[in-house]
Design a protein around this ligand. Structure first.
Ligand code: ATP
Length: 236
């Protein structure tokens, strides 16, 4: 059974029909990439899953449990962490404080699996910045912190919206390496991206969206090896 299953969703903004009969699956431990040009519907797909823009029809399940009609905070509590395109950090708080305010505490007072210390072990560079106000971090460091904050909510599935956007090439390389480390912990991820190079090592499978529809699905290996498909569907 797929861990996340999106089946035939139709999503609208008001009267604008954006996603058409869109289906995708993510298996446990897998990293799936959602590729496509600007405006293809990647962000809308992630927002449909998290419940920010609920699909008008179709079905979304996490581990067999329906997410239909659930408010975003409930979807988050079921274990989906969402890292939006715009980085949401508190600029006046330190790196460590940003992590602590995002920490999930269960209703019985117990903490979840992720602590600031565990995040710092995984991302040593963030550890070296722990006392620095987040507003003074570079773009790449802020992206790392945004991802790290989301981990503090103990997700079992991470949705990432164009994490490499606006970052310098060297920083993109670093971020890719850090996400690879995260993948090695077994975390399942769905990553929307335009930068194929960024995800080509990380991703297991690919979906290409065009005008709100899935135009191609395959393994990353097939996709990377097929220049025709890359040319036909993406501006590369
Ligand atoms: P990008 O890389 O630009 O974020 P994307 O693939 O994530 O692209 P979406 O943001 O999902 O694409 O946009 C899909 C379509 O929905 C686009 O045509 C866009 O103009 C439209 N759209 C996005 N947000 C809204 C909104 N709030 N209201 C109306 N239309 C929207």
């Amino acid at each position: 059974m797929a861990y996340l299953e999106v089946h035939g969703i139709e999503t609208f903004y008001g009267d604008s029909h954006i996603l058409f009969d869109l289906s995708l699956e993510v298996a446990e431990g897998e990293v799936v990439c959602l590729l496509g040009r600007n405006g293809a519907g990647k962000t809308t797909t992630l927002k449909s899953i998290i419940g920010l823009v609920p699909p008008r029809s179709g079905r979304i399940t996490l581990h067999g449990q329906s997410l239909t009609g659930l408010a975003p905070f409930r979807v988050a509590r079921l274990g989906i962490g969402y890292v939006p395109e715009e980085r949401r950090i508190f600029g006046n708080l330190t790196v460590h404080e940003n992590l602590e305010v995002a920490r999930r505490t269960w209703s019985d007072g117990a903490g979840g699996g992720w602590t600031a210390e565990r995040v710092f072990e995984l991302f040593p560079h963030l550890a070296s910045l722990r006392g620095r106000p987040a507003g003074r971090l570079s773009g790449g460091e802020q992206q790392m912190l945004t991802i790290a904050r989301t981990l503090m909510g103990d997700p079992s599935l991470l949705l990432l919206d164009e994490p490499s956007e606006g970052l310098a090439p060297l920083v993109v390389e670093m971020l890719a390496a850090q996400l690879a480390r995260l993948k090695s912990t077994g975390l399942t991820m769905l990553v929307a991206e335009q930068n194929i190079h960024f995800v080509s090592e990380l991703g297991d499978r690919v979906y290409i969206l065009e005008k709100g529809m899935v135009r191609y699905r395959g393994t990353m290996r097939e996709f990377v090896g097929n220049e025709e498909i890359r040319r036909a569907h993406l501006a590369v």
